[in-house]
Design a protein around this ligand. Structure first.
Ligand code: GDP
Length: 328
């Protein structure tokens, strides 16, 4: 019989890619969506009829229990959260409700309603905050530096505790930044590829950024969701860092995108203090030895390939949208 999977955060970047992967593997896919959700269904409109949307909310324990009872999932992927770090400073309590306590409610619902279901919990490199060492491993101490990271650290340890105490098959994947054409333009990678494509097409002239020296470990979202699936197919549950294992600066990203388009980035990019982050951490890079050795996983796309893929996508999308200026 085909497996059933429940995805929270179905309408997000990772949720949509994961749903595609699971459908291709023959799963029956259920997506938990908040009835009041304002998030766009844009990313999953091509999956309509292929996933069953069930309404429920991480803020509401009984709705989660009903959803699990209805879907009877073999696997649950908890990808839902308030994931934009700057917003976690302006809405710290709501961030904690979804990102931290939401996981307690989900774990408790699994324990009560379907304790043999396997759980993937989306942990984040933000749990490391200001890390002691680089690259970070599964054993690096958590020192989160923003409310989102604090909430994710709580969720991580609750998942580990439910695994140890109740013997649930529950795993945390500590993902670093991962990108795709489905990423929002508030994130720097997509902001750069989108604006560079706009500049190339004469739709914009400048790109305002924050800290150009900030570094990130970026990988492709499709690579990351494959790792999530792989983690639930093992004999024993465990936690893994999911990353590229390399860092690149915002400046390198800008150069790569603009050069690919035949543009000189220095003619277009300016630094605007509005986009600087307080408590910025620039040391995050994941050690992928464990996932590489134990699950034989490594990213299929390099940094340069990812930049090109996203620039190509944004160029095509802008050309197809028909908003180009009419040449004189
Ligand atoms: P996240 O912080 O990993 O969730 O991802 P972002 O894409 O929002 O930010 C990645 C890095 O880019 C951070 O270190 C930011 O400080 C830096 N950055 C520099 N300029 C910008 C900008 O204009 N927008 C954003 N979002 N980040 C910027």
């Amino acid at each position: 019989m085909n497996k059933a999977a429940l995805i929270t955060g179905l309408t997000g970047q990772d949720g949509s890619y994961l749903a595609e992967l699971l459908i291709s593997k023959g799963y029956q896919v259920f997506g938990l969506v908040r009835r009041t959700s304002t998030s766009s269904l844009e990313r999953i409109k091509h999956l309509s009829g292929k996933v069953k949307i069930i309404s429920g909310d991480l803020l509401d324990q009984s709705s989660l229990m009903d959803v699990i009872a209805e879907a009877q999932p073999d696997e649950i992927y908890n990808l839902a959260s308030q994931s934009y770090v700057p917003l976690s400073w302006t809405q710290p309590a709501l961030t904690a409700e979804y990102t931290a306590l939401g996981v307690s409610r989900l774990l408790e619902s699994i324990r009560r309603c379907k304790s043999d279901a396997r759980l993937y919990q989306a942990s984040s490199s933000e749990v490391f905050g200001q890390p002691d060492s680089s690259p970070q491993t599964e054993l690096t101490a958590f020192r989160p530096r923003n409310p989102y990271g604090v909430a994710k650290a709580y969720a991580h340890w609750m998942t580990v505790n439910y695994r140890q105490h109740y013997n649930l098959y529950a795993c945390c994947g500590i993902t670093y930044t991962h990108e795709s054409p489905r990423r929002g333009t508030e994130f720097v990678f997509r902001k750069i590829t989108n604006t560079a494509a706009q500049i190339k097409l004469g739709l914009a002239t400048e790109l305002k950024l924050g800290n150009l020296d900030a570094k990130r470990d970026w990988c492709y979202a499709e690579d990351a969701v494959y790792a999530m699936w792989l983690m639930l197919q093992q004999n024993n549950p465990d936690d893994y860092v999911i990353a590229s294992g390399e860092t690149h600066s915002v400046k390198e990203l800008v150069k790569c995108a603009f050069e690919y388009l035949g543009l000189d980035w220095q003619n277009h990019v300016s630094v605007d203090p509005e986009f600087y982050r307080p408590n910025e951490n620039i040391q995050l890079v994941g050690c992928v030895d464990k996932i590489n050795t134990q699950l034989d996983w490594k990213p299929q796309y390099s940094f340069e390939e990812l930049v090109k893929l996203m620039v190509d996508y944004d160029l095509k999308r802008l050309k197809d949208s028909g908003t180009l200026p009419i040449p004189c």
